[in-house]
Design a protein around this ligand. Structure first.
Ligand code: BGC
Length: 761
């Protein structure tokens, strides 16, 4: 009987499977037929128009764009963020000959109406569920505003804290960034892109923008293919594998060829090697910038290079609109290339469900929110929960934290009450006036149990260069007209009345943004003076850091009793920080980027090669790879972060000392919470290929697990190690594993590890 049922099940399975595959093939056929028929009907001008991606603004006033849309001269729009505005533009399509719907895109990078922590903060959580949740909520909020697409995630691996856009990425590690890329692409896109609550992910910036030389934005990248594929490409590949619908090119040049004209990147790697079948958009103005790069003499050459290289859509500079027709007529851009680019735009719209319903996300007037900024549209509870998971406790001498909710607390610093700064950069749709500052968060948490005093203490900086930069476009950080001495005197007087001083210091949000490159990694001068004056009061000093990059904190580490890296934590930042300061949440974040001691050590990253003369602590003399004028190594290593409890990791238990090429081994540790508070930590797995055909990194992250433990509780954590984790790109760029001895390390940061060895046979 059982056998008969089993046979029946098998048969049913066989019958069902082909049906499902057939359905998918049918859907693909329908899509192909639809696009083929549409392409047939299109004139060359109409095809060219589909490649135009523009933003309403001074260069493209609304009235001009409306006229253009009626003539079918626009493919997609970005930076229009409300349902009425989106509907108004989409309505104009009805006047055009073929009525091809527009899509609407925006930079939804760490939240939309609700700001979550900046990406570097999200990465610090090492919490894929929380990061995915932030992405899903972003998609819900953005699609509710009529948006179809986000220019996110930015998954440029970077080892450059000087680079302002380090804040927008997920740090220095390819494995961690790749896992986050997968999670965010799936969170944005949901189960189906045709769902009104899904938005398409445009991952960026392809490729290697984060390797920009010297951390100077838009600068050159020159790199070996091995390093590129091993350390920088995995997140982009992961985004493709996760089904991302689109990609944005990089403004920077790679080995002399800018991303937007780089056919090796866009055709050979992205489409041929990785099988990407979505849309490629240029970055803002990137086509015409090919002239400044010095690879194109004029707009026509820039256009020819970009489209022939595989950049389908042209963002905002209208080079394609003006140049493509003549290039096509003269045969410099073949019909096949134009058709392929246009097809990619049409497929994108098809996948987004816009041909069936151009108003799928913009909806109807009757469903519009009465107030698009209404409180009820925010996701405050999730924002608070995710923000507190993203904070990293850097120091906590004598358990000065958590604080008591009684007595007198002085909350001081230019960032203590700044709603503009706490939400972070690229958060245009989130309103600063809905953000909770640290002062407010702490005051609410204390209630009437204690007293909170406040002084600004200093401006963000006394340096006119910095002051000018952060207020260049709009006054985001108004200058206090008082003298630095007056401000410090006031702060010190207030600090003297307090039991504990909490100083909220760091960077203005605009300092860690596009083009926000810094030559210094220090907290700006004015705030350094403030910290020194606060330290001199002798009161316990807690620094809460708001910033968008690793800073050089050697001096502050000496001055402060405790330091909490809170990044730019978003709309609910102040509540989340208060939760951590008072112990309502036990901090669990870990650094996704190395913190150097001084800017002179940069680039400083954990997964470096060994060199022939590595530093040896027992011999600080000559002839090792080291700076003689600074203590060796980072201030805080990759993966580092403290808790209010202590965790202990057992030695590694390996299921076998040998691994065959088809097999797997298990590496297990027991993690115990040794303290008296519940807490979470991140158990990290690293590998090193000890001897290979080319030099390999001293350690590479290959797995991690975030676990929660009650006081005294212990848990076994098991990592499965198979051959894929041992593979690397050899000199011939084959991705393969070589037999030999591997070191395996498991611990709570990249330095504090247990280790063992096994052999790949
Ligand atoms: C940035 C992109 C962004 C685009 C559109 C550019 O300046 O480099 O990351 O998506 O603007 O806002």
């Amino acid at each position: 009987m059982i056998k008969t049922l089993w046979m029946f099940g098998l048969l049913a399975g066989l019958l069902v499977q082909p049906t499902f595959a057939d359905e998918r093939a049918d859907a693909q056929d329908r899509q192909d037929r639809f696009i083929d028929e549409l392409l047939e009907k299109m004139t060359v001008d109409e095809k060219i128009s589909q490649l135009r991606l523009v933003s309403v603004g001074p260069e493209h006033p609304k009235e001009t764009l409306i006229a253009d849309i009626r003539q079918g001269k626009v493919g997609g729009i970005f930076n229009t963020v409300t349902r009425p505005d989106i509907r108004l533009l989409q309505d104009q399509v009805k006047e055009s000959r073929l009525k091809i719907p527009l899509f609407f895109a925006y930079d939804v990078t760490h939240g939309h109406r609700t700001a979550f922590p900046i990406s570097l903060g999200l990465a610090s959580s090492w919490d894929l569920e929380a990061i995915g949740r932030s992405g899903r909520i972003s998609a819900l909020e953005a699609s509710a505003d009529g948006l179809d697409m986000t220019f996110s995630p930015m998954i440029d691996v970077t080892r450059e804290p000087r680079w302002g856009r380090a804040s927008e990425g997920f740090g220095e590690d390819p494995y961690l960034t790749a896992r986050i890329a997968e999670v965010l692409v799936k969170a944005y896109q949901g189960d189906s892109l045709r769902d009104p609550h899904s938005i398409m992910a445009v991952f960026k910036h392809f490729a290697l923008y984060g390797a920009t030389e010297g951390g100077r934005d838009y600068n050159t990248v020159d790199m070996s293919a091995q390093r590129m594929f091993q350390d920088y490409m995995p997140p982009y590949k992961a985004a493709v594998d996760a089904g991302a619908g689109a990609v944005m090119t990089s403004l920077s040049a790679l080995n002399g060829m800018p991303g937007t004209a780089n056919s090796w990147l866009l055709r050979d790697v992205l489409r041929q090697q990785w099988g990407f079948d979505g849309l490629v958009v240029s970055d803002h103005g990137a086509v015409l910038e090919l002239m400044r790069h010095g690879v194109a003499a004029d707009p026509a050459a820039a256009t020819q290079m970009s489209i022939n290289a595989g950049t389908d859509m042209n963002m905002n500079d209208d080079a394609y609109l003006h140049e493509l027709k003549a290039l096509f007529d003269s045969g410099k851009v073949p019909m096949a290339v134009l058709d392929a680019a246009c097809r990619n735009v049409l497929v994108t719209k098809y996948r987004l469900g816009l041909f069936d319903d151009p108003y799928l996300r913009a909806g109807v007037v009757a469903d519009d929110p009465a107030d698009r900024n209404a409180e009820s549209r925010l996701h405050r509870a999730d924002a608070r929960d995710i923000a507190r998971r993203s904070m990293v406790l850097l120091k906590n001498a004598d358990s000065v934290l958590p604080l008591k909710k009684s007595g007198t607390l002085a909350v001081i610093g230019p960032l203590a009450d700044s709603q503009n700064d706490i939400i972070g950069s690229w958060s245009a749709a989130s309103l600063p006036n809905q953000a909770v500052t640290v002062l407010r968060g702490v005051t609410e948490a204390m209630g009437d149990r204690g007293r909170v005093l406040h002084a600004k203490g200093s401006n963000l900086s006394n340096d006119p260069l910095i002051q000018q930069f952060i207020n260049a476009y709009e006054v985001v950080s108004p200058l206090d007209p008082r003298s630095p001495e007056q401000m410090i005197d006031e702060a010190v007087a207030i600090a003297r009345q307090a039991d504990v001083v909490v100083a909220v210091v760091g960077e203005a949000r605009g300092m860690a943004d596009e083009s926000g490159s810094r030559a210094s990694l220090q907290i700006p001068d004015a705030q350094q003076a403030l910290i020194a004056a606060l330290e001199a009061t002798g009161k316990p000093l807690v620094l809460v850091l708001l910033n968008g990059r690793p800073l050089a904190l050697g001096k502050e580490h000496e001055q402060a009793d405790a330091m909490l890296e809170a990044w730019f934590p978003g709309t609910e930042g102040g509540h989340a920080i208060a939760d951590v300061l008072f112990g309502d949440y036990n901090p669990s974040g870990k650094l996704p980027m190395t913190f150097p001691r001084t800017v002179g050590q940069v680039p400083l990253y954990y997964n470096h090669l060994n060199s022939g003369r590595p530093f040896r602590p027992e011999n600080r003399g000559k002839y090792t790879s080291n700076y003689f004028d600074v203590e060796h190594g980072p201030m805080y290593p990759f993966g580092y972060g403290l808790s209010y409890t202590d965790f202990e990791v057992s030695p590694i238990r390996l299921s076998s000392k040998t691994l065959s090429s088809g097999g797997r081994i298990e590496a297990q540790v027991t993690v115990r919470n040794m303290g008296s508070r519940a807490g979470e930590t991140v158990v990290q797995l690293y590998l090193q290929d000890k001897v290979a055909s080319i030099s390999r990194s001293v350690q590479e992250l290959k797995g991690f697990r975030k676990i929660a433990l009650q006081p005294g509780e212990s848990r076994d954590v098991t990592f499965d190690v198979g051959i894929d984790a041992l593979k690397f790109f050899n000199a011939a760029l084959d991705f393969q594993a070589e037999p030999g001895v591997f070191k395996i390390m498991v611990g709570l940061d990249s330095v504090d590890v247990r280790s063992d060895e096994f052999t790949l046979e």
